[in-house]
Design a protein. Sequence first.
Length: 224
Amino acid sequence: MIKGITFDFGGTLATGDLDKEEYRMRILEYFRSLGFRGGEPQFEKARRGMLKRLMKARSLNREIRIEDLYQGMLFKLGLHPEREVIDHIHELYIRSFKVDLVPRVANVLEALSKKYTLAVISNAMSDVPRRAIERSGLEKYLEAVVISRDLGIRKPDPEIFRFTLENLGIEGYEAVHVGDSLDDDVQGAKNAGMGAIWIERPSEEINVQPDHIIHSIKELTSLL
């Protein structure tokens, strides 16, 4: 019997993305206010090095917090990575990330929360998912919000699913995960012994079989 449902966040409960150019300009302006006197080529070289480090970690299903990434970048640019500086960079990132909830998602979570224990498992180096959940009032339907930055582990590593299940006090066979990525969500959940519901991406080739396929989060209430 299903007791719990976990959800991916981006692409499942919400849509959105980082406004990369807006964020880049905000960061460059902030670095200059801290005393950075180098040009854009030096800034871009340090930024590319930071992103290369992030991509290498993610290729191993590991996560690096945005604070830790920028600590190294600041050192390379001759700036001091003090706590308030790092925190402000994180805030600039959050402000530059636009998030919109999927239509009727609050209604779906409210209905499901009356019968199941709910949680979110999200891949993110920042606190964008948690902030968006708090801002939208969805946290009242959720028992846990687990972000890859919290553990240093990304989906599809089964450990992030197992950690969440342990927090919820349920076993893998008693839970189902809902997400829009076959690799991260479906395969990851199955590796943790969970059921998996895929929100279909028409362009994605099916390389792992989900237990159910839906086209919208709104279909969950009738499916479950």
